[in-house]
Each structure stands twice: as structure tokens, then as C-alpha cells.
Design a protein around this ligand. Structure first.
Ligand code: SIN
Ligand code: CO
Length: 395
């Protein structure tokens, strides 16, 4: 397993604050030796194995070797799909490898200077020589960490505003791409790209790339999802009503009192800030890509769980789970887990950061709270719902 690397190498001698101030969402950065001695925790065959698993999101992009150039195939694949591939010019990409392989998930510890809810996943790709997915733009920030072999990256310096896409291709590719810079990355090197920077990565040999990808909901998505959630809560019998109607001076006029009534109806959607915050916390912690937590068949009693944790069991986020917290002015905390919210009183507020900051909950910090009944009760609820996993040697 990788240990935490000093930020000085990760960001090329810059502090997180300097990196965020100068590069984050602003301009690309090539970092040589970001993770010195980094070796891919996965072999290409293991990645191909993941691409064959049910419930794993994977793609094959075949510049050559498909039924037509640039064919995109979606997984899960069969072993035979990999046996019939050409020697060169294809890529396999697997999403959420951080959730599938703990050693890959541990890489996220290097990125704790960015809020966890902004991180989508670690996608891992493998490509033989010349494998690439075409020149393209992504709408999200990404750190592209080289895991195996060499990849040539061509990229622009400024975000693309209006792109022209090559028509009738399975894969979205830029019709006109002229890079401002070309680099060749070796294992442990990393390229940071802000959203909408054109890039093109071509495998020089057997090549694995780890993409630490971020999420940033579009306003359209955010408002659309908010409105559709709110719609469910609206009384279907509530309707515009004007029992106090008086004869109008002009029948063609929409009068101030009618306008105010409609404004009040529309504004009722946004309610108070706390409701908006609670909605967002729930929304952003919904598990992605259709994943879900499964409740335990043999639930833990709180005391039993506390004993297991005292005895060395490890508590970690479940493979599907997303957790986050918000603090409130009165000292209470909202804990969000997989789309649900719970309000923690001030004396349980410590649980917010404790349960959400790291995928593996630090045992020493946990130990000092295991005598707090309300805390162990909540832990048992989260474990029994499958939101937290407990790895127990004796169960
Ligand atoms: C890749 O890993 O092949 C592509 C990653 C990207 O360009 O976003
Ligand atoms: Co990309």
C-alpha cells in the first residue's frame, strides 16, 4: 500500500494552497515524480478482470480491431473479448477502481486538500502501444497519474469554449486539435488538467493511467434534480386560488396581487437555506453509477460492535458509500450518508469529521468514543445499513 507522500512531491514542491491558488480550475500543470517510485497496484490483466465483472462500469475503445474504427464497447466483457484484440491501438477503461481495490482507494489520501465530495472516482485505463481515446475535452478537473509505461500527452493551455466534434463516431473527439504542449509521462509523473482543456494521451508502450476525476454538477443538473425532488413533496391538490378576486380595471392585466401569489408559490420551492443545504448534502452523497449499500444479514448490536472495534476490527466506508458532513451555527452537525441526512447534537458533532474525512476511520480517534452510547448506536445503524463496513477478524 502507498504511504502518504509529502505534498512537496505530489504538487511539485508547491503547497496545496499554492497549487489551488495558481492552478486549480485555472491552468494545466505537469508534475514530474509526483509519487516517486509509484508502481501500479494493479496489473493490466487484473484491470481486464475487473472489466469483466458484473456491476463494474468499463469501456473498450478500439481505434483498430473493432467492427469499425473507434468502436466503443461497454462492459462487462468476457475474457474472449480481450483475447481477440489487436497488438496495438485500443484502450480499456474501468471506473471507480478506488471502490473496488483498497490500494487504489488509498491513493485518494494524497488528495485530501480537495473536499472529498468534489471527487468522483479513480478511473484506470490500460492501453498497448498507440492506444488512445482521441483528442477530447472533459468537463471536470482531473489528475492523470502515470501508473505503468509511458504516455505521451498533448494538451492545450486554455479551456475550449465551443468545440467541434468529429461527426458519427462512438467517441466524442475534437475535429480540430492543435496542442500547445507535449510531454511524455513516466510512472509516478502526473498531469493536472482543469475542465475543458483539450488533451490527447497516446500510449508509447504498455501503459496504465490513473485518472483522479472530480465532479461538479452542472447548474442544469443541480436545478433539475432539485426541482424534481421538490415536486414529489408538493401537494397535488394545491392550486392557484383567488377567493378574494375583485373586478379588474383591465381584463387583459395580470395584476400585482396575482403576481405576488405566483411568486410566493415559486419561492416556496427554495424554502429556507437550511432546507437547501440539507437537500444538497443528501443529493451529493447519493451513491453513483447505480451502486447501493446492502444491509447486513446479521446486524450488530451496538455493544457487540464497540467490542469488535476495541478488539482491532477496522471500520471503513462501504464500497458504494458517500459520506459528508456540515456544521451548523448552534454546534450541531448534519451527517449525510448515501443520500440520507441525520442531525447530530453538539455532543456528537465530533462524529462528522471522524466518520467522513477518511475512507478508513482512524482506530485511535475512534477508540476514545466507544463508550458513548449514542455514538455506538449510530455506528451500529450505519454498519447494519451497509454504509460503513467493519472488517472483523472473528465474525
Ligand atoms: C485514458 O486514460 O486513456 C484517457 C484519460 C483521459 O484522457 O481522460
Ligand atoms: Co480526458
Amino acid at each position: 500500500m502507498q504511504t502518504a507522500t509529502p505534498t512537496s512531491t505530489l504538487l511539485g514542491g508547491r503547497s496545496p494552497a499554492e497549487f489551488l491558488d495558481t492552478y486549480w480550475q485555472k491552468k494545466p500543470l505537469v508534475i514530474r515524480g509526483a509519487l516517486p517510485d509509484f508502481e501500479s497496484p494493479l496489473a493490466p490483466e487484473e484491470l481486464a478482470g475487473l472489466a469483466c465483472e458484473e456491476g463494474v462500469t468499463s469501456r473498450l475503445i478500439l481505434e483498430h480491431g473493432g467492427e469499425y474504427p473507434w468502436q466503443l464497447k461497454e462492459g462487462p466483457f468476457e475474457e474472449a473479448d480481450f483475447l481477440s484484440l489487436p497488438e496495438t491501438h485500443w484502450t480499456v477503461l474501468v471506473q471507480e477502481v478506488d471502490r473496488l481495490i483498497p490500494e487504489v482507494g488509498a491513493l485518494l489520501d494524497h488528495f485530501r486538500f480537495i473536499p472529498r465530495w468534489r471527487i468522483d472516482d479513480i478511473m484506470v485505463s490500460y492501453a498497448p502501444t498507440h492506444g488512445n481515446v482521441g483528442a477530447h475535452i472533459d468537463n471536470y478537473d482531473v489528475f492523470l497519474l502515470q501508473g505503468l509505461g509511458q504516455r505521451e500527452w498533448q494538451f492545450g493551455h486554455a479551456p475550449v469554449e465551443d468545440e467541434t466534434i468529429v461527426p458519427e463516431r462512438d467517441v466524442r473527439m475534437l475535429a480540430d486539435f492543435s496542442p500547445d504542449e507535449t510531454v511524455v509521462l513516466e510512472p509516478g509523473d502526473m498531469l493536472y488538467l482543469p475542465p475543458r482543456i483539450a488533451h490527447h494521451g497516446i500510449a508509447r508502450d504498455d501503459c496504465m493511467t490513473y485518472s483522479i476525476g472530480f465532479r461538479a454538477p452542472s447548474h442544469q443538473q443541480l436545478i433539475g434534480d432539485f426541482v424534481s425532488d421538490m415536486l414529489e413533496a408538493i401537494d397535488p391538490n394545491a392550486r392557484y386560488a383567488d377567493p378574494d378576486l375583485t373586478p379588474p380595471e383591465h381584463t387583459g392585466a395580470i395584476r400585482p396581487e396575482a403576481r405576488e401569489r405566483v411568486r410566493t408559490i415559486l419561492r416556496s420551492l427554495t424554502r429556507d437555506d437550511e432546507a437547501l443545504d440539507r437537500w444538497f448534502g443528501r443529493y451529493i452523497t447519493e451513491p453513483s453509477r447505480g451502486r447501493m449499500a446492502f444491509p447486513l444479514e446479521e446486524p450488530f448490536a451496538p455493544d457487540e460492535l464497540a467490542d469488535a472495534l476495541r478488539g482491532g476490527a477496522v471500520l471503513r466506508h462501504g464500497a458504494a458509500s458517500r459520506l459528508a458532513f456540515m456544521t451548523h451555527d448552534d454546534g450541531t452537525v448534519s451527517l449525510f450518508a448515501d443520500g440520507n441526512a441525520r442531525r447530530l447534537p453538539a455532543d456528537l458533532a465530533f462524529a462528522g469529521p471522524l466518520l467522513t474525512d477518511r475512507a478508513v476511520i482512524p482506530a485511535d480517534a475512534l477508540a476514545s468514543h466507544l463508550d458513548t452510547d449514542a455514538f455506538t448506536q449510530m455506528l451500529a445503524e450505519l454498519v447494519n445499513a451497509g454504509i460503513l463496513d467493519v472488517m472483523c477478524p472473528n465474525r
